[in-house]
Ligand binder design. Structure first.
Ligand SMILES: [Zn+2]
Ligand SMILES: [Zn+2]
Length: 266
C-alpha cells in the first residue's frame, strides 16, 4: 500500500499539493496555470488527466488560478465549501463550470474520495470561508495547513499526530516590518486573519507532532519577507530545543515556489 505527497508549488505565486494512494489521485489547490501544473506533475511522472479531484482551500488567486481550466479540460471534480465555491471572486476567477462540477464539503465534515478520507477544518484567513484538510489512508495521515492567522486548539486537535505535517511558515516578522510593503498590507499579514510567521509555525509544530511524524514540510514562504534558510533554521532550532524526544526522527524541508518536491512516502 502506498500513500504519497509532493508539493508541486508553494507560495504567493501559486500553490498546488499532490497526494496519491495506489488508486486515488488528489490535488489540494490549483494556483498554477494548467501548463505549469502539467509540467510540475510530469516531473513526478503523473498527468493532470489522472486527477480524481481538486480540493479548494479558499478563493485567493494563488490557490485557484488554474482550477477552471483544469476542470474544463479534464472534468476534474472540485471539492470545497459552499461559501467559497459560490462566492463572486471564485466565480470570476474560475469561469464557467459543468453543472455537476462542484462538491460541497464544509468545516468539520469528511468525504471519502476513492480510498482516501478527507477531513476539512476551518482556518482564520481574510477570505469567504477558508478551510484546509487532513488526508487519511491505510492508517496513515497527512495534515496540511497554510493561510491562517493563527492555529486554534480546535485545529491542533485535528492536525496532531500526522505522519507528514505541512504547515505555513510565511514570514519572518522582522523582515516583514522592515520591508517596503504598505503598512496596511503588513497589518493584514500579521493579523489573526493573515499568515503564520516562522515563529508561530514552529510553536504549532512542536505542539502537534509526535512519534508518528517523520516529515515536516514548511510551505507558503513569502518571497519578500522570508528566506528558506531562515525558516528552516528557526524550525530546526525550536524543535531541537522543545521536541528533543522526536527531533532526530524528523526530516524537515521547505517547499519552493517553483520547484517540485520528491514524492514523499507517508
Ligand atoms: Zn490566502
Ligand atoms: Zn495563499
Amino acid at each position: 500500500m502506498s500513500f504519497k505527497i509532493s508539493v508541486l508549488a508553494s507560495g504567493s505565486t501559486g500553490n498546488a499539493i499532490y497526494i496519491e494512494s495506489d488508486s486515488t489521485r488528489l490535488l489540494l489547490d490549483s494556483g498554477l496555470s494548467l501548463k505549469k501544473l502539467e509540467e510540475a506533475l510530469s516531473e513526478i511522472g503523473r498527468l493532470a488527466s489522472q486527477l480524481d479531484a481538486v480540493l479548494i482551500s479558499h478563493e485567493h488567486g494563488d490557490h485557484i488560478l488554474g482550477v477552471g481550466v483544469l476542470h474544463r479540460k479534464h472534468k476534474t471534480p472540485i471539492y470545497g465549501n459552499e461559501a467559497t465555491l459560490t462566492c463572486a471572486e471564485f466565480n470570476k476567477k474560475v469561469g464557467k463550470l459543468a453543472d455537476d462540477a462542484l462538491h460541497f464539503i464544509d468545516h468539520d465534515e469528511s468525504v471519502v474520495i476513492g480510498d482516501i478520507e478527507v477531513n476539512a477544518f476551518g482556518t482564520s484567513h481574510d477570505s469567504a470561508k477558508a478551510q484546509f484538510y487532513t488526508f487519511e489512508h491505510d492508517g496513515k495521515k497527512i495534515a496540511c495547513v497554510t493561510d491562517t492567522g493563527y492555529v486554534s486548539e480546535k485545529i491542533e486537535q485535528v492536525i496532531k499526530s500526522s505522519n507528514v505535517f505541512l504547515i505555513e511558515s510565511n514570514h519572518d516578522v522582522e523582515m516583514l516590518l522592515a520591508g517596503e510593503r504598505p503598512w496596511s498590507n503588513k497589518q493584514r499579514v500579521l493579523s489573526d486573519r493573515g499568515h503564520l510567521s516562522n515563529e508561530d509555525s514552529a510553536i504549532v509544530t512542536a505542539r502537534v507532532i509526535d512519534e508518528n511524524t517523520h516529515s515536516v514540510i514548511l510551505a507558503h514562504l513569502s518571497r519578500d519577507n522570508n528566506l528558506e534558510d531562515l525558516a528552516l533554521m528557526n524550525m530546526n532550532s525550536y524543535l531541537a530545543d522543545n521536541r528533543g524526544d522526536v527531533f532526530d526522527n524528523l526530516q524537515i524541508i521547505a517547499a519552493k515556489p517553483n520547484a517540485v518536491t520528491d514524492l514523499i512516502e507517508v
